[in-house]
Structures are given as C-alpha cells and as structure tokens.
Design a protein around this ligand. Structure first.
Ligand code: 5AD
Ligand code: SF4
Length: 476
C-alpha cells in the first residue's frame, strides 16, 4: 500500500473510533519527551486522537487514554519513562485507562523487552515509523482488547496529510526531513529514526502557507540535519519536483521568506559540515530568517570531533563562525556541547572551553555524555568517570553563565523587535515575547499586542530573561 492510501485507511479507523466513543466525553493525556521533532510528532498524535472525539487533559488520572511519546537520546529519559509507567499502572488499576507508549525509545529492543516483562499492563507500543497507524492500533485495542506492538525497523517513509493539533497558535514547527545519515558515534538517532529523507518542496510550502493563513507568525523548520535538505535525494539521482524554485535548503528559506503573514523563520538543527555558502547568503538576505543560528559544536577538540565522527575540525568550525559573522549582520549563535565523551582528556576539554570563549554563544545546551546501547561510543574502552564528567560540566556551566551575564548587558538600552507570545507565566499582569535572538523579554502592555511584532526598549537583565518597555506599537 502506498503512503497516501495508508493515510486514507487510517481515516476509516478514526471514524470507527468516533462511532464507538460517541457522546462518551473521553479524554486523553499526552506526555512528550525530547526534542522539537518529538513535539511535532505529538501534535500529529493529538490531531488524530482529537478527531476521534477525545479531548485533552493534563492530568493522566482524568484520562481514558494516556500516551507517552518517548526520547532515547540520553539515559535520563529512560529513568523518567519507567517512573511515569509506575504512575500509569496505578491509574489504570483505578479507571481501566488505555496506556500507549511510542516514539524513539520503542525502536530499542532492550527497552520494549523490559516494558513487556515488567510493565505488561501497557496496551500499545508503537515506534517512530508507525505513528501514522495510531488510529488502527487504538481501534484494535478498544475493539478487540488486543495488546498491540506496532514497531518496524525500516529506513522510513514520508507520510503526508496526517492530522495535526498544534500546541501554540503563534509559533508552529514544520518537519522538513526525517532521519539521519551522519552516525555521530555518541548518537542513537540514526538507529531509531531511520535514513535521511526529505519532504517534497510543494508539501512544505503549502503547509507553511496554510499556517500563515491561520495566523501563525513564526515557523521553525525541523530536521535532524536541516541543511542537507534534499541532499540524499540528489545523490541518489532522484528527480526533485521543484516548487516555487525550491530545490535545496537555501532555496527553501527564500521561498518561505516570501510567504505573506509569516514574520519569523527559524530552523533546527543544521550540521556545520553542510553549512554551504548559499545557506549563509540566504540567511543574510532573507529578512524574516532570524539571525540566531543554532550550530551544534559537540566538542571543541579536533581529535574528539574525529572520534565523534563529526567531520569538521576545531579550526573549520571557528572559520565557519567567522565567515558567518562577516556575512550575516547581527548574527548570534547557540550550540550543543557534550562533555565527557570517551577518551576526552583534560586538555581536549580545554579546547571546548576555548571555542566557547571565542565564539561567545548566545545560548549553550550542555550535555553530559550518556552511553547509548548500539552506538560505537558505547563500545569505546576509555569511558570517562562520572565524577570527571560532572566536574567538566560544572566548569563549562560556570563559563557559559558568566558569558550570558556579560552578553545580557549588551541588550540594555537597545531597541529590540519582539514577537509578543502571551501573558507571562509568573506574572499575569505582564506580557512575554522573544527577540530575534530568542531571548525572553517581559514587559507591561495590553493583551491586544499578543501575536504582534513590536519595538521594546530593554531596561534590565535578569540572567534568563530581559525586561522591556514599549516605545512604539508597530506591526509590520
Ligand atoms: N550523550 C549526551 N548528549 C547527547 N546528544 C546526543 N547524543 C548524546 C549522548 N549520547 C546531544 C547532542 C545533540 C543533542 C540533541 O543531544 O549534543 O546535539
Ligand atoms: Fe545524532 Fe549526529 Fe545525526 Fe545529529 S547529526 S541526529 S547528533 S547522528
């Protein structure tokens, strides 16, 4: 069956469930672990489930269906899942709710085996390649009371037109590609998400146009390696169906930049090795593309980078940053860093600190190396002591925080364009929004500014947010 046909089939299951649960006021909860790609997958699960007639609740105790969408990038997600499963067991004993566990972790055999052995009450296990079949899996559970294990190991397909229920009505994410071919030696993603495959230009452009019509202002393009969009297809000699001139990541940025209504474009994550000049030029020339670029470093040491299979050196990374800074006015950078990769010496770790000092990132996402079963890193003999990893993590954190404080000072007295996102969580009398560089800004203002871009003068900084004052109400 082709993918289009399969989605049509699933719609029939959605209708069947609609019939079964009609007038029953069924509720569901969904817990998403991990990255924005998983958040986007959960929005698809919500879209399908809400179409069936379920309404969302935050408290699993009140739900008839509890879904967990898992992540396996680091070990702490596993601990969290097993903790949650303990809670869901008690809830199920009380109210007979259905428990469905899906996502990346379900592509790991040792995890599904553990769930089947130790948590046999789980009704549905589904993987990353079978998310679109959730209606069928759920129907079989409800109707036939079957335990379902719907996990396949494949390179993966692209499924279009899956229903979606978005979490936010100002900012939306759009997955442009799935999977990864890079096989960084620490990373589990290529094993659980399959091979790199890009969506057709037309499907992406149409989705963004639809979002613009619905009033969304900010779009984040998602993929494990966004700047190799369509690269694999070209290498395979596959004919690219161009749409509005889109045949690469750079041309995709340009086409989305032209879509009326969209004010901001972000993307995560690009890979430094694929950061070609056409992409740099597109960022520089497209006014809506935010000038905060996430550029994962992982390590600042050339030998460690080689062991990680990252395919760039410390110098190449720094040169790329220099080139980007020259070509893109007001560029800011964020990054991902792993400390304690196997074999990392004190001197090699110093190189990471050196790059952080030189680049002065706007934001650094710091991770302690976590062994992942099935990755080459896990088999490396020279694993670093937990104590050493933590020591290095704290050293890096200290440096990063001192840089953030210093960097925040630069904002004071400047005028920043802010996309107003809503009222502040901590103070309902204040509004909150973000700068182009994704910094949170809190300010006083009337609620009709929500979903508009306004100018704010930054008056103070508070480590994780800035305070601003309105100077003019201006929506472009
Ligand atoms: N251990 C620690 N961090 C990891 N990441 C990926 N795999 C691991 C791992 N095994 C980090 C990388 C990546 C981010 C999403 O998660 O920094 O960019
Ligand atoms: Fe993992 Fe590397 Fe692929 Fe990113 S590029 S998903 S870190 S293997």
């Amino acid at each position: 069956m082709d993918t289009k046909h399969e989605i049509e089939e699933q719609k029939k299951y959605i209708q069947k469930i609609q019939e079964i649960i009609k007038n029953k006021k069924y509720k569901y909860s969904i817990l998403t672990m991990g990255c924005q790609l998983n958040e986007n997958d959960s929005e698809k699960l919500s879209g399908m489930v809400e179409k069936m007639g379920y309404t969302r609740v935050e408290d699993p105790k009140k739900a008839d269906l509890n879904i967990i969408n898992t992540c396996c990038v680091r070990e702490n997600a596993e601990d969290r899942l097993f903790g949650k499963l303990g809670e869901l067991k008690k809830i199920k004993e009380n109210n007979g709710s259905i428990v469905a566990i899906g996502g990346c972790m379900m592509q790991e055999k040792h995890i599904t085996n553990k769930i089947k052995e130790s948590y046999p009450f789980v009704d549905i296990l589904f993987g990353t390649h079978t998310l679109h079949k959730f209606p069928e899996d759920l129907y079989k559970t409800i109707n036939e009371k079957n335990k379902i294990e719907d996990i396949i190991d494949t390179d993966g397909e692209i499924y279009e037109n899956i229903l979606v229920k978005r979490n936010n009505n100002i900012k939306a994410s759009v997955t442009i590609m799935n999977g990864c071919n890079n096989f960084c030696t620490y990373c589990i993603v290529p094993y659980v998400r399959g091979r790199e495959r890009s969506r057709e230009p037309k499907a992406i452009i149409e989705e963004v146009k639809k979002l613009a019509k619905q009033g969304y202002k900010e779009i984040t393009l998602l993929g494990q390696n966004v700047n190799s969009y369509l690269k694999v297809e070209k290498e395979k000699g596959k004919k690219i169906e161009e749409y509005e001139g889109v045949n690469s990541f750079a041309t995709l940025l340009k086409a989305i930049n032209k879509i009326e209504g969209i004010e901001r474009i972000r993307f995560v994550s690009p890979h430094p090795k694929d950061f070609t000049d056409d992409v740099i030029d597109a960022i520089a020339n497209c006014d809506k593309v935010c000038k905060l670029i996430h550029l994962p470093l992982q390590s600042g040491n050339t030998k460690v980078l080689k062991e990680m299979n990252r395919k760039y050196t410390k110098e190449q990374y720094l040169n790329l940053v220099e080139k980007m800074k020259e070509k893109i006015p007001n560029l800011t950078l964020s990054t991902d860093i792993i400390v304690g990769f196997p074999g990392e010496t004190e001197e090699e770790f110093e190189d990471t600190l050196d790059v952080v000092k030189k680049v002065k990132f706007e934001q650094v996402y710091m991770f302690i190396y976590s062994r992942r079963v099935g990755t080459p890193g896990d088999k490396m003999p020279n694993q670093i002591l937990e104590e050493t990893k933590h020591k290095r993590f704290n050293q890096l954190k200290e440096l990063v925080e001192s840089q953030i404080e210093e960097n925040n000072q630069k904002y004071i007295g400047t005028t920043q364009k802010i996309l107003v996102e809503g009222t502040s969580k901590n103070n309902k009398n204040m509004l909150t929004g973000r700068t182009d560089s994704n910094k949170v800004v809190i300010f006083e203002g009337s609620k009709d500014l929500i979903n508009k871009i306004i100018d704010l003068k930054i008056v103070s900084e508070h480590m994780w947010y800035l305070k601003g004052e309105i100077i003019s109400k201006e929506c472009d």
